[in-house]
Unconditional design. Structure first.
Length: 570
């Protein structure tokens, strides 16, 4: 702990002006400003970049979902269109290749269906029938009893009559089982006949199975009214209505981002299957950020951990920086005070030496004249009032000796700036210091007692600096005790190489929370009168002389300072 010499003689206004900046208020404000500024500069970009990354990640997930759905819809659409086109073409070939009479023969019709099913391995025909222009089924082959059925009121019959070829929606029909029909018309004279094949609805579902279908995906067919033409994982079985609005379907692949029936974000792809009543719908839920590799909770945890680490480093760094800056400012202020103190003390020393010499010269003359007067009195045996005159002369000589003792002490303190080493009797030095405080102690009825144990060795040290040390401590002790108080000074050996000087008072004591700060520069409990540098300087001088200083105190019971000094410096 760097300590400077005493500046008790400084202007209190200057010290008070310096204290707020050096003692903590401005330091705390600077630390807060640095912390906030650095935290904002560090955390704002971190938060912005993190959320931008999260937004881009979420966008990429959605884009990937959109692209994936578009690709899947295109693939399934092509596969399904190829499936239907292949079967329409097969019926068209048969109806043109075979005559009406051949097709109207059950055995021929059965054999034809068998050949088609053998050739078209994927998705076999369930039955095959020949229907005249009146809608009556003339010839039928298949597992159901549909011979002679009348279809003139069926929608598919009307449509195929108009268009020449038609793929129907899935319906139950006479067999009460979901299926759809593929029919083609052939002209015959002034009329026509229709060759119709049916395919079970399960075959459509088989055509929708494709590579890349995830467990959460749903792909199905609906008609233009939204009725399921194939089973759906979400919306039920065939011929049920779906719970979400189906966008207007065209031959182009459409991919939309909408919420599903549970209000969860999803990507919906749809497209009209060419030459059919089917609309292909592909639904893929958007991967929620909570289940993705980079989720919002994970991002928040990352931000919180990162922010805690950054704030911890910033807090530590700002404290270190401000502490270093404060220490440097304190050192600079102490150095300036030290220089000012040295100049003032040197001037005071020169003035004290001059005053002492000026006083000593008249005192020498007075002492000589008093001695001459005493000699004259002694030579005259019958000198009138001889005893009274000799008493007055002795009183004058005693006063001169007392004045010389005072000037001798003054000259000793005037040599304060001359750092050196000499042999010092500690008890004698303490008596000299106490002599300077005797008048005030007597005025306030304060008892100052010095007790030295036997065998206390002399020490080699700087007399002037030790005088300052003990004077500072005793000044504080006198200020702490009330009138009629007591200050005890003890001197004892502390091992073979040190001497301990304890100064104990029965004053107001020091609060526990202030004990660790009493040696700090500018810390004082003397509001309006103290500079807070006396004990700081004392601490520095003791350390510079190779000693130690400790304090024990209890509020309301007094304080004890112990100074340990080496017998020999170094």
């Amino acid at each position: 702990m760097p300590i400077s010499p005493s500046i008790d003689s400084l202007d209190p206004t200057e010290v008070e002006a310096a204290r707020p900046y050096l003692a903590g208020q401005s330091a705390a404000r600077l630390r807060r400003t640095m912390f906030l500024a650095t935290a904002i500069i560090s955390l704002v970009p971190l938060v912005i970049v993190s959320f931008l990354y999260y937004d881009q990640y979420e966008r990429s997930i959605r884009a990937e979902a959109v692209e994936g759905v578009s690709r899947q819809v295109t693939n399934v659409k092509r596969s399904l269109e190829f499936f239907l086109t292949e079967r329409r073409s097969a019926l068209a070939f048969i109806v043109r290749d075979r005559s009406f009479s051949e097709l109207c023969n059950v055995e021929t019709l059965s054999r034809t269906m068998q050949h088609m099913n053998d050739t078209l391995a994927l998705g076999s025909f369930a039955d095959l029938g020949l229907i005249n222009a009146a809608g009556k089924q003339l010839c039928y082959t298949g597992p159901y009893d549909l011979q002679g059925r009348d279809y003139h009121d069926q929608d598919w019959f009307y449509r195929v009559g108009q268009r020449g070829a038609f793929v129907s929606e899935v319906f139950l029909g006479y067999r009460h089982s979901p299926h759809f029909a593929i029919a083609t018309r052939q002209e015959r004279g002034s009329g026509y006949y229709i060759l119709r094949a049916t395919i079970n609805a399960e075959v459509l579902a088989e055509q929708l199975v494709t590579a890349g279908l995830t467990p959460d995906d749903d792909v199905f067919l609906v008609n233009l009214e939204g009725t399921l033409q194939s089973p759906s994982r979400r919306y039920g079985t065939v011929l049920q209505r779906v719970a979400i609005p189906i966008p207007h379907a065209t031959g182009e692949v459409q991919v939309l981002k909408r919420d599903d029936e549970h209000h969860r974000p999803a990507v919906i792809g749809c497209s009209r299957i060419a030459d059919s009543p089917f609309v292909l719908v592909y639904i893929r839920p958007v991967v929620p950020p909570q289940s993705a590799d980079v989720s919002l909770p994970r991002l928040l945890v990352f931000l919180l951990v990162s922010a805690a680490l950054v704030l911890g480093v910033i807090l530590w760094g700002s404290r270190q920086f401000v502490a270093t800056l404060r220490a440097q400012n304190l050192k600079r202020a102490e150095l300036m005070h030290k220089v000012e103190y040295a100049n003032k003390l040197a001037t005071i020393g020169r003035l004290a030496a001059g005053v002492a010499h000026e006083i000593n010269n008249p005192l020498t003359i007075i002492n000589e004249k008093a001695g001459l007067l005493k000699d004259i009195v002694n030579l005259e045996a019958q000198f009138p009032r001889r005893e009274k005159v000799l008493g007055i002369v002795d009183s004058i000589a005693g006063s001169v000796a007392r004045c010389r003792k005072v000037t001798h002490r003054l000259l000793g303190f005037a040599k304060h700036m001359d750092v050196g080493s000499e042999t010092i009797a500690v008890e004698e030095l303490l008596n000299e210091v106490v002599g300077f405080l005797g008048k005030e102690a007597a005025y306030r009825n304060i008892t100052i007692a010095i007790a030295a144990e036997p065998g206390v060795p002399n020490i080699e040290s700087d007399r002037g600096q030790l005088q300052q040390v003990f004077l500072n401590i005793l000044n504080n002790a006198e200020a702490a005790v009330s009138d009629g108080g007591r200050i005890d000074i003890g001197v004892r050996p502390a091992g073979e190489r040190r001497v301990a000087v304890s100064i104990t008072d029965n004053g107001i004591g020091i609060p526990k929370e202030n004990l660790d700060r009493i040696f700090e520069p500018f810390f004082t409990t003397k509001e309006g009168s103290g500079t807070g540098l006396g004990l700081s300087i004392t601490y520095g001088i003791v350390q510079k002389l190779g000693g130690e200083i400790t304090v024990k105190s209890e509020a309301g019971k007094g304080t004890c300072f112990t100074v340990l000094l080496p017998v020999r410096r170094g």
